[in-house]
Write a protein that binds this ligand. Sequence first.
Ligand code: FES
Length: 98
Amino acid sequence: MNAFKFGPTTWTNKHHGTRTMLRISEVTVNNLDNNQSIKIPPGSPLSLAAVRSGMRLSFQCKQGVCSSCETLLNGTKVRTCVTKVPDVAKITIKKAPR
Ligand code: FES
């Protein structure tokens, strides 16, 4: 079973009638270190996006404790082992300075 639901999501409630929300099916991830772009579904592990885009990271704890996998996601430091790809059209990643 697919963990992600793509395409328009429609729901109805008695106050607002029927509403439709478009969901983003792919996020463009631009690796600023090597200028390589990939597409990946939102909610995927950021570590997967980083590795697929050619980033070399070291993972020690894989629990968000050691900070060995820190990356800049849209300019903000995050720990890739515990971060998901956000539900936006495009993100940039870059290896965090040590
Ligand atoms: S591997 Fe330790 S914080 Fe990510």
